[in-house]
Design a binder for this molecule. Structure first.
Ligand code: SAM
Ligand code: SF4
Ligand code: F3S
Length: 534
């Protein structure tokens, strides 16, 4: 039986007997969006559609939007003219807009802002994509046919729907090929959807709804599938992975878990699974050699508020958990943190960090910072510069504050001028560049395990790709020395998440190699392979 849930706006999209459309997915935003796009592409592929090589030749364009800053939304609004032109040239073309740009509270205005779009899907509606387009036939995998049979429900006043129907069944979805992973090396694994925090500047809770943790056993089952498929790296995903499990029912088998939240809203965490337990269980999936079947385990993003001692202990004790933590600080000033609704002080952040550095010596730490938040004075900005000097983050992702619709910060005056925001951002980035360089220089002469991810093209396409401006010394081929006939420029990451350029045989892609670091730039290292496989 074909499930009839076709959206009226696209009802004529695939008249019976026509070939299945080709599709192109354009993904903006964070890892969660990348993971969601893999699910949407998987749905379309398992419905029988094929990938198009470019937007210009696709029958269906899916845009997975980000709304975290105005600039991210402007990028998509700026493409409406081009999309309208494509549609004029090819009237059969359909455009779907999904992701954080589709918020229920603003649905009425979406058509005006995005006139070239035919169908809008909130992040939690994305599992309905193939169904709503009328692309699901009776022959499709069962999961695809049942993905959206339950109605939207309201949780904490916010609508939540089909994501929760795919979520518990992702292991089945993987088995049925409904998740088209873009890498054969690294896999994303969402563990908690939405966000319950109330950071006053942030649109994410409005776009992605309240926190919904996936059942513990489903996540571990999915990790097993990923391990069996030979993935070398697994990243657990959530806006706030540290609060995983608080909304799941208490169970006897988790009776030993009794984490007390050290700050913020108190929650009864007794007997509920947490991230520490997940890390231990996934780390405990062993291969034939008795070692963790997935050698590298990561998680993102952590919130300082929920970083428990149990989590720190599990990071220290699980061999597969990488020596890297992304822990957004946002500001180095308590008053600004309070205005941001971050629920911790700089001192709390310091304490958590020293605890983790004690437990995992040499751990690399990255962070997010917002400059020019409402009312931020020069002195408060300087406090942020000081915390950068004090903590010495390996990487800082910094952005100027961008007011977002519907967020509580809109009630505060956005009183730092664009010029001052820009100046502060540049100053911070320059300061961080020298810190990053000094930290990277500590690696000179040392050996590190690099998981080779890709052959690097002769010229980098984007500065953002590697997290920083190009350092020409990293890419001068003669500097690769006697890497051997047939060797190409490769790039990969260490367990500390350092980007490393190296030269070697293309067959090294997908393998861990031991590299001696010979050059350090502020954003990346260059190394020489000393052993083919670590
Ligand atoms: N959940 C994570 C956390 O707690 O930090 C991060 C999620 S958010 C998608 C990623 C980063 O975007 C944030 O850490 C923050 O630095 C930045 N961000 C969010 N809202 C912003 C805004 N309105 N203006 C500028 N940057 C923003
Ligand atoms: Fe946004 Fe704060 Fe939630 Fe992160 S924790 S997604 S910054 S509200
Ligand atoms: Fe953007 Fe949504 Fe991620 S707003 S950063 S795509 S959670």
């Amino acid at each position: 039986m074909t499930v009839r849930l076709v959206d009226p706006s696209v009802a004529e999209f695939r008249p019976e007997g026509h070939a299945m459309p080709s599709f192109f997915v354009w993904t903006l935003g964070c890892q969660m969006n990348q993971s969601d796009s893999e699910e949407m592409a998987g749905q379309l592929l398992s419905a029988g559609c094929a990938r198009a090589s470019a937007m210009e030749v696709a029958d269906l364009i899916v845009i997975n939007t980000c709304a975290v800053r105005e600039h991210a939304e402007a990028k998509v609004i700026g493409r409406q003219g081009q999309l309208a032109e494509l549609k004029r040239a090819r009237p059969g073309l359909r455009v779907v807009l999904a992701g954080c740009g589709v918020r229920e509270s603003e649905r009425a205005g979406l058509r005006k802002r995005f006139p070239a779009v035919d169908l809008f899907l909130r992040p939690d509606e994305e599992p309905e994509l193939a169904l709503r387009l009328g692309l699901v036939s009776a022959q499709a995998p069962i999961g695809l046919r049942t993905a959206a049979t339950a109605a939207t429900t309201v949780v904490s006043g916010r609508p939540v729907s089909a994501a929760d129907h795919l979520a518990p069944n992702r292991a089945t979805a993987l088995a049925e090929g409904r998740v088209a992973r873009s890498s054969t090396l690294s896999a994303w694994l969402p563990i908690v959807y939405g966000c319950d925090k109330t950071c006053t500047y942030c649109i994410v809770p409005f776009a992605r709804g309240p926190e919904r943790s996936r059942p513990f056993d489903d996540i571990v089952a999915e990790a097993r599938v990923i391990a069996t498929a030979g993935y070398q790296e697994l990243t657990l995903l959530g806006q706030n992975v540290n609060s995983y499990g608080h909304d799941l029912p208490a169970e006897k088998r988790f009776g030993h878990i009794d984490t007390e939240r050290s700050s913020g809203r108190k929650l009864d965490l007794h007997g509920r699974p947490d991230l520490a337990e997940l890390l231990r269980s996934i780390d405990g999936i062993h291969g034939a050699d008795g070692r963790p079947a997935i050698p590298r385990l990561r998680f993102i993003t952590s919130h300082p508020w929920d970083l428990s001692d149990r989590l720190i202990e599990s990071m220290a004790e699980c061999p597969s958990v990488c020596e890297h933590l992304h822990l957004p600080i946002q500001s180095g000033d308590d008053e600004i943190l309070q205005r941001m609704g971050r629920q911790y002080t700089v001192e709390h952040y310091r304490e958590r960090l020293s605890r983790i550095r004690e437990a995992v010596p040499g751990i690399a730490v990255s962070t997010d910072v917002i400059v020019g938040f409402c009312g931020e004075s020069d002195a408060q900005f300087e406090a942020t510069l000081r915390i950068l000097e004090e903590v010495r983050f390996d990487t800082v992702f910094a952005a100027a504050y961008s007011p977002r619709p519907g967020t509580p910060a809109l009630r505060m005056a956005d009183d730092v001028s664009p010029a001052v925001k820009r100046r502060r951002l540049n100053e911070l980035l320059a300061r961080q560049e020298s810190i990053g360089l000094e930290l990277n220089r500590d690696w000179l002469g040392r050996e590190a395990e690099v998981l080779v991810e890709r052959i690097t093209p002769p010229r980098r396409r984007s500065v953002e790709e590697d997290g920083g401006p190009e350092d020409p010394a990293l890419r001068v081929p003669s500097l690769y020395g006697s890497a051997g006939e047939g060797s190409v420029a490769l790039a990969g990451r260490t367990r500390h998440n350092k980007l490393v350029h190296l030269a070697g045989d293309p067959s090294l892609v997908g393998r861990p190699v031991t590299v001696r670091v010979e050059y350090a730039g502020p954003f990346a290292l260059r190394g020489r392979v000393v052993a083919p496989t670590a």
